[in-house]
Design a binder for this molecule. Structure first.
Ligand SMILES: CC(C)(COP(=O)(O)O)[C@@H](O)C(=O)NCCC(=O)O
Ligand SMILES: [Mn+2]
Length: 913
């Protein structure tokens, strides 16, 4: 496991563990289900050999039978009583190693489900409430990863206790179970400490540790990660990290090389199917042990840090030392290849003290890393395995170690094999233990149901080992305040040395060795995993495998720097607005400051290491800002601005509709598209636009924007779109059946832009689904707000009114005409669907199940706005007709993306192929 073990590690083929044939009761998926009765009664069973099997009392699934709402039914989040739910929903697992304790725990999420009556009915009307809905065995929530030093086990116990993780029940605040400490509670644990500290856990927390086999856990954890997490695996060559997309269907077999004190090499053939095919006793323990003796270092980190400044040539015997400074060309060895680690010490007339500890440490690190890389390669070769994943305590995200191992594998395999690493590798065991809870449902989770987000629980130092837990918002704020006093400490952990080779390159000199240690020994390069069982892949994507939501890749440092500055510059104004949106109270000011600090800290962390939480795109940064605001309880920063703009726009809507109705079909279509582009100027996320707003009223700006809409636009496929809509000559194409309109901003954008366009589609017999954000982001309109806007607009327009009624949007509206007659035609419906996100951008790999269901019948999608159609999805291809409409409100983006200028427009039409 990831901790150093006391057990000696045996050499090659010393032990075979074949999960399938072993008949053991540990592990997860291959195990036969445990008889419920035995579990309920907490009995111990007997296996075939008569050994007693400890039955875990844990059962993470919710028993919803006889569930009843307690109190007021009309409340937004009423308390639900689950009388039949046992209080053993386990949501904590541990891996207690020699030096670190790794915790994986699950926290329930408050129910964010949309309770709006109107949107509910309309979804029923479209038949999308049941259709594609599955029953989800797993609760929505978050999977957290936390580390403690084993030496500070008290902090760990305190953390568990303060968060009530050992009670196995659901958060008391959520009122589900109100679980008090449960003396029968059992926590899954692996690693040597599961034995060593069992009594301490019993004594301090009243819980028993249910021990799981380390190797079972390791494999279960690795399999889960490789299948369920998008940017989990990466290569690391010459200081460059590159994520590798694993193919679910082509994952096995792989070689898992776990470098703890010793090294285990495990061939993994499937879930629960693995065999320990080899190992070596020269591992992390060897490096640490020998290093300690030779350098007098006190800790592993210290030793590793020394190596950063070392030069192994003073102590290693190189090919050049033997060949008088020249290469040994005949067998392809250059002069700088290590011929013999520590070999120079034989002939040098030196004592140990004459060598620098730095050089010794580096020589040792290279000796051990190359050796492991070579043995791993040979074993992969032996079994015809192409992929090797390295993990364990020894790796801990240390760039130079990864480079060294990668070089070895690359060198020996002549580039045929790749060494890969896992971002969560430090948590394989803990995750595996977590997976071993019976019938978790977790193993069935798919990539799109897990969203990795930046860790929001402070400390915000980029995930250093946790100190004392922070209980509530107030503590979180105090924590942020404390760090202002300490100035720069809040920013990211030690920076990675800039990459760049020495010129020697290759096997001899990995490049990422710098003056400072960039190790993940203490920093967690992982976020919080949000489990969103209702998320689905947008079914109209042409090719999920090649789909990349982000147009701007922030691994380009210039880009990152630019967007970092944009977001930083926007901060003061955003904080002002946020504070004002919460009444400008002292409490709001405190929260505002804390938000600014937390967000800055995240940005600083990402500047240091952009790939810290997987591949970083602009959409992730923009979402991070919204998540940070929510973290400090800013519910909707632009609420009043949105309201004001909605009202102003609704007031001029009747005139606009009248004007449109007086036009020919062709002119009207053009005017409508112009209207959408012009109204997209109302974007409070763009610095240029915000400056504009100080210069005129909403309507003045809208008029000015309309007047500037001369064609051709910078990207102008209007004629193609018009032909599809209106045909050419006598040919009248059939209308689209259903259009999904991804709406963007409040105010003019939706009222004077997208709604009139929706009305035109409805008039032509196309069903319209307005797709809006689930949660607020900047001034974007949310799905909760749209029905209100539609209801207002419908007062002035029969087409909208009837469609909205048909879609169930107007629950309180008249169902008779003003002359008293009933409607006799059955108009196509207008409905609203929440997209599942709370960001100005949209990642179509992860949308709400409602949207996925609504998309089934759709043959046209219209993506509007810079966030949804330029920053993301600009290059996305769909299986139906797609129209992308946006005004570019940023000069740099305009230049980069469309070789144009700020305020240029994009009307990109791509027919279904
Ligand atoms: C956040 C946004 C994507 C929102 O644009 P929208 O989707 O509303 O058209 C956009 O405002 C943006 O990229 N802003 C940052 C760049 C700037 O201030 O110029
Ligand atoms: Mn927007």
């Amino acid at each position: 496991m990831t901790g150093f073990k006391e057990d000696p590690v045996l050499g090659t083929n010393d032990m075979i563990v074949n999960k399938e044939g072993s008949g053991t009761e540990t592990g997860s998926s291959s195990r036969p289900p445990v008889v419920d009765k035995a579990r309920e009664e907490g009995q111990s069973g007997r296996d075939m050999a008569g050994n007693s099997i400890h039955r875990s009392g844990s059962r993470p699934q919710l028993d919803l039978s006889k569930a009843a709402i307690q109190g007021n039914f009309e409340e937004r989040d009423p308390t639900i009583l689950l009388p039949n739910q046992s209080d053993d929903i386990s949501h904590l697992a541990l891996d207690i190693g020699g030096s670190l304790i790794k915790l994986v725990y699950f926290s329930r999420r408050e129910d964010r489900s949309n309770n709006d009556k109107r949107t509910k009915t309309l979804q029923e009307k479209l038949g999308i409430s049941n259709g594609s809905r599955r029953s989800f065995p797993v609760l929505g929530g978050r999977l957290h990863f936390v580390k403690f030093e084993t030496a500070k086990i008290n902090e760990c116990l305190e953390f568990i206790s303060s968060k009530q993780l050992h009670c196995g029940g659901v958060d008391v605040c959520n009122g589900l179970l109100g679980a008090a400490a449960n003396n029968n509670a059992v926590i899954k644990a692996t690693g040597g400490g599961a034995y060593k500290f069992a009594d301490l856990f019993k004594e301090r927390l009243g819980v028993s540790l249910d021990k799981e086999d380390e190797m079972d856990c390791l494999v279960a954890g690795a399999n889960f990660l490789l299948k369920a997490i998008r940017h989990e695996a990466f290569t690391h060559m010459e200081g460059q990290k590159e994520f590798v997309q694993m193919d679910d269907n082509d994952l096995f077999p792989y070689l898992l090389v776990n470098i703890g004190s010793g090294v285990s090499m495990i061939k993994v053939d499937g879930d629960g199917k693995f065999e320990r095919i080899s190992g070596t006793n020269v591992g992390g323990g060897t490096y640490w042990g020998l290093g300690k003796l030779l350098t007098k270092c006190k800790s592993f980190d210290e030793l590793l840090e020394l190596s950063q400044r070392g030069d192994n040539r003073t102590i290693d015997m190189l090919v050049g030392d033997i060949y008088g400074g020249t290469d040994y060309n005949k067998i392809g060895l250059s002069a700088s290849t290590i011929a013999s680690s520590f070999g120079k010490a034989i002939s040098d007339q030196k004592e140990l003290e004459d060598y620098s500890p730095e050089d010794i440490s580096l020589s040792l690190l290279r000796m051990i890393s190359y050796n492991i890389g070579q043995i791993a390669y040979l074993n992969a070769l032996r079994f015809g395995i192409k992929r090797i994943f390295f993990g364990g305590f020894f790796i801990r995200g240390h760039a130079y170690t990864m480079d060294t191992i990668s070089f070895a594998v690359h060198f020996w395999s002549k580039g045929e094999m790749q060494a890969m690493f896992l971002r969560h590798e430090g948590f394989l065991g803990a995750l595996g233990a977590f997976m071993s809870y019976e019938k978790h449902g977790l193993d069935d989770l798919m990539v799109h149901q897990l969203v990795e987000r930046f860790p929001m629980g402070a400390p915000y130092t980029g995930g250093k080992i946790h100190g004392p837990p922070l209980g509530d918002l107030n503590e979180k704020i105090s924590w942020m305040e404390k760090f202002v006093l300490k100035g720069t400490e809040i920013t990211a952990p030690v920076p990675m040395a800039p990459s760049g080779t020495t010129g020697l390159g290759g096997f001899e000199v990995p490049s990422s060795k710098g003056a400072t240690l960039r190790s993940d020994a203490s920093a967690l390069n992982i976020g919080v995993l949000h489990l969103e069982p209702t998320l689905e892949v947008f079914p109209l994507l042409a090719d999920l495998k090649t789909y990349e939501p982000n147009t701007i890749d922030l691994s380009d440092h210039n880009e990152l720097e630019y967007w970092f500055t944009v977001l930083s510059d926007h901060m003061p104004d955003l904080v002002d607005k946020a504070v004002a949106s919460e009444g400008g109270t002292d409490d709001a000011k405190r929260r505002g400051d804390a938000f600014a600090r937390a967000f800055s800290a995240h940005l600083a962390r990402l500047m240091e290491e952009p790939a810290a939480y997987g591949k970083l795109g602009l959409a992730n940064l923009l979402e991070l800002r919204e998540e940070c605001l929510r973290e400090f309880h800013f519910v909707d920063v632009y609420r009043s601005i949105k309201q004001r703009e909605n009202e102003a726009s609704l007031a001029v809507l009747p005139d606009l509709l009248m004007e449109l109705d007086s036009m020919s079909e062709e002119t009207r279509l053009l005017t409508l598209i112009e209207g959408v582009l012009a109204a997209n100027i109302f974007d409070w996320g763009s610095r240029a636009c915000v400056e504009l707003y100080h210069k005129g009223t909403i309507i003045e700006i809208y008029r000015m924007s309309r007047n500037k809409m001369q064609r051709p636009w910078r990207v102008d496929d209007f004629d193609l779109f018009k032909e599809r809509m209106l045909g050419s000559g006598d040919k009248k194409p059939p209308p689209h059946k259903r259009a999904l309109l991804f709406v963007d901003n409040s105010g003019a954008d939706i009222v004077l832009g997208m709604l009139p366009l929706a009305r035109e589609l409805l008039r032509r017999g196309t069903e319209v689904v307005l797709v809006a954000n689930s949660l607020p982001a900047l001034n974007d309109v949310t799905a909760m707000e749209v029905p209100e806007i539609v209801a207002e607009a419908a007062k002035h327009c029969d087409i909208l009114r009837r469609a909205a009624e048909a879609g169930g949007l107007l629950v309180d509206a008249m169902i008779t005409n003003s002359d008293g007659s009933k409607e006799n035609s059955s108009p196509v419906p207008l409905i609203v669907v929440a997209n599942g996100c709370g960001s100005p951008c949209i990642d179509l790999r992860q949308v709400s199940s409602e949207l996925a269901a609504a998309a089934m019948e759709a043959d046209l999608i219209i993506l509007e706005g810079m966030g949804r159609s330029l920053h993301t999805n600009f290059n996305a291809r769909f299986r139906c007709d797609a129209l992308k409409l946006a005004m570019v409100k940023n000069q740099r983006l305009a230049e980069k993306l469309i070789q144009g200028n700020i305020y240029d427009c994009v009307c990109r039409y791509e027919p279904a192929n």
